[in-house]
Each structure stands twice: as structure tokens, then as C-alpha cells.
Ligand binder design. Structure first.
Ligand SMILES: Nc1ncnc2c1ncn2[C@@H]1O[C@H](COP(=O)(O)OP(=O)(O)O)[C@@H](O)[C@H]1O
Ligand SMILES: [Mg+2]
Length: 308
């Protein structure tokens, strides 16, 4: 294996993530370090836009591993997530055997049956790809937004998470030679079953504090002036204390800073905030809540509050 070595300490983890522009706090760096060291899946839960998916991407980049992503959705099943027998190819094989008159004896029928359920006719999806024993370099396996999948799907995951293996009834058990680095994420639209969580290290990804959000902004939108970045962060931090249906995530802070730069805004003013609220808030009720002087009131607090 020629991939870079795993981090040697929590500090090293934090530094290497930062070098790839991911600003992790100490608690996140600790749990990432431990997940790598203990070879345990890492379960990240938190509001949308707080950097959960990005951590998997960053780890893959930092450790020079392929990233295999399983985007969960309603109706996701074993066939979509792990493997599927290629029915069309199997049928073709049967026809060919028939045509060449090979299926006469029971011995040749058995041989054909064994052949039909060999890896040649197996389509590998993300989970099986990630534990393929033929892999030299174990990948980062991202099981993204698990809360979107139906609950029964979680049961499929248990074997993968506990032993990095999948049992295929017709074929036997496939087990990774080197365990993949597994990151699971959930936006918590529903609770994930305890059985899944028990097999993972768990971390709640919170909104960053002002200092960290400013550091993120400086990394992700380096062109923004210090003054604008500071105001943007302070405003978004205040906005998160308002009772809204959906609070803006870091992704929205970044988008907003980019939008404001695009509009040549040097500092925030009530008008530019009103006109760009749709970058931060995605529900009309939330936008309506911020109209009628509410945004201006928050801005006043930002201007007269302590710097972030
Ligand atoms: N700690 C962080 N350091 C650097 N960038 C971050 C951080 N957290 C979030 N981001 C940025 O926010 C964006 C959204 O993050 P993402 O991982 O998609 O959120 P989630 O998966 O939690 O919904 C990312 O593209 C990344 O640029
Ligand atoms: Mg995500």
C-alpha cells in the first residue's frame, strides 16, 4: 500500500484536515482519529450543511483513498446498495448453453448452475465494491444521509459495519482484506436504530462557533474581505438564534459570502440582506419572519456587538 499513513495523533489529524481546508474542532478531530485508529465506522449526525459529507471527501483526499459513496434514498435495498445478479446475462448464458447442447447431463446442468452464480454474473454496488478483497488500498466508504433510507435497510448494514463483510447466499461471504474507512451521516429526519449506532463511533456535528465559522469562510471564500467575512459570520450566528423552521448551515454562510462578493457588497446593509435572504433561508415562512425590520434589528446587534 502506498497511500499516506494514518494520522499519528489528534493534532496531526486536525492539521491534515486543515491542510485540505477542512476546519475541524478538537472533538471532531478526536473522534476521526479514533475511528481511524480503532478501525470503527464513524457515525456523524447533525443539521444539513454542517460539513458531514465533506469530512468523508476530505479524508479520502488527505489519505489518498478512493471515495465510494452510497447516497441513501427511499426504497434503497440490497440490490441498489450491495449487489445484484445480472439476470439478463444469466439468461443469455443459459440460452448459449442450450444452443450448444451442453445442458443434457445432470453434471453439466450443475456446472452451469454454479457458473451462473459466480462473480462473473454479479453486479457490484457501493457496499460490495468497498469490501472487495481484491482491493489493494481500502477506500473511504461514505454512507450518506442514512435517515433517507427506509428503516429495514439498516439491518442490511449491520454485517458490513460489524465485520466488513457481506454474505451472498448463492456465493458465500465476501470479506474485506483491509477494512475500509466507513463514514455514515444522518441529517436526523428520523432516529437511526441503536443497533447501527452501537457498531459506530458517534459524533454530533454542531453548527460551528463564530471563530471556527470565520476560519471556514477564510478557507472556502479566500477572496472575501476580513470585514465582510466577520459581518457575515456574526449575522448568520445571530440568525441561528432566531426561531426559524430551517436554520442556515455553513454551506449557506459560504454561499452568502460568495453572493455578496458577486454583488460587490463591502459591508452588510439592510437592503442587501433583504435582497439576498434566499441564499440563506429556503422557506418562505422563514424569509417572511425576517422581513419588516427583523433583519435590520439583527444587523444592528451585529454592528454593536463584540467582534466574533
Ligand atoms: N468544518 C468545515 N471546514 C470547511 N468547510 C466546511 C466545514 N463545514 C462545512 N463546510 C463547507 O460546507 C459545505 C457543506 O458541507 P456538507 O458536508 O455538504 O454538509 P452536510 O453533509 O453536513 O449537509 C461543504 O461544501 C464545505 O465547503
Ligand atoms: Mg451531506
Amino acid at each position: 500500500m502506498n497511500a499516506p499513513l494514518l494520522p499519528t495523533s489528534i493534532d496531526d489529524t486536525q492539521a491534515r484536515l486543515l491542510a485540505a481546508d477542512y476546519v475541524a474542532d478538537r472533538r471532531l478531530a478526536t473522534v476521526v482519529y479514533l475511528a481511524l485508529k480503532l478501525q470503527r465506522p464513524l457515525f456523524l449526525e447533525g443539521e444539513p450543511g454542517t460539513g458531514k459529507t465533506e469530512i468523508a471527501r476530505t479524508l479520502a483526499a488527505v489519505l489518498d483513498r478512493p471515495l465510494i459513496r452510497l447516497q441513501c434514498h427511499e426504497g434503497l435495498d440490497l440490490a441498489g446498495a450491495a449487489y445484484e445478479w445480472n439476470y439478463a446475462r444469466q439468461m443469455m448464458e443459459i440460452r448459449l448453453a442450450e444452443a450448444s447442447g451442453q445442458n443434457g447431463s445432470s453434471a453439466s446442468r450443475e456446472a452451469l448452475a454454479a457458473e451462473l452464480f459466480s462473480p462473473k454474473f454479479l453486479t457490484q454496488r457501493a457496499l460490495l465494491q468497498a469490501i472487495d478483497p481484491a482491493r489493494e488500498v481500502p477506500p473511504v466508504l461514505l454512507i450518506d444521509e442514512l435517515d433517507r433510507a427506509d428503516e429495514p435497510f439498516e439491518a442490511f448494514l449491520l454485517e458490513v459495519l460489524a465485520d466488513f463483510q457481506i454474505t451472498i447466499p448463492e456465493l458465500g461471504t465476501v470479506k474485506a482484506t483491509h477494512p475500509p474507512i466507513v463514514i455514515l451521516t444522518s441529517n436526523r429526519t428520523r432516529e437511526i436504530h441503536d443497533a447501527v449506532k452501537r457498531r459506530c463511533l458517534y459524533h454530533w456535528v454542531d453548527f460551528p462557533d463564530a471563530a471556527r465559522e470565520l476560519a471556514i469562510l477564510q478557507r472556502r471564500v479566500p477572496g472575501a474581505s476580513q470585514a465582510l467575512a466577520a459581518q457575515v459570520v456574526a449575522f448568520v450566528q445571530k440568525l441561528r438564534s432566531v426561531e426559524l423552521y430551517k436554520l442556515p448551515g455553513v454551506a449557506e454562510t459560504i454561499e452568502w459570502a460568495r453572493a455578496l462578493m458577486e454583488l460587490d457588497a463591502i459591508v452588510l446593509d439592510p437592503e442587501v440582506i433583504q435582497h439576498t435572504l434566499g441564499v440563506l433561508l429556503k422557506y418562505q415562512d422563514d424569509i417572511a419572519r425576517m422581513q419588516g425590520g427583523e433583519a435590520a434589528r439583527l444587523l444592528e446587534q451585529v454592528r454593536h456587538g463584540p467582534p466574533p
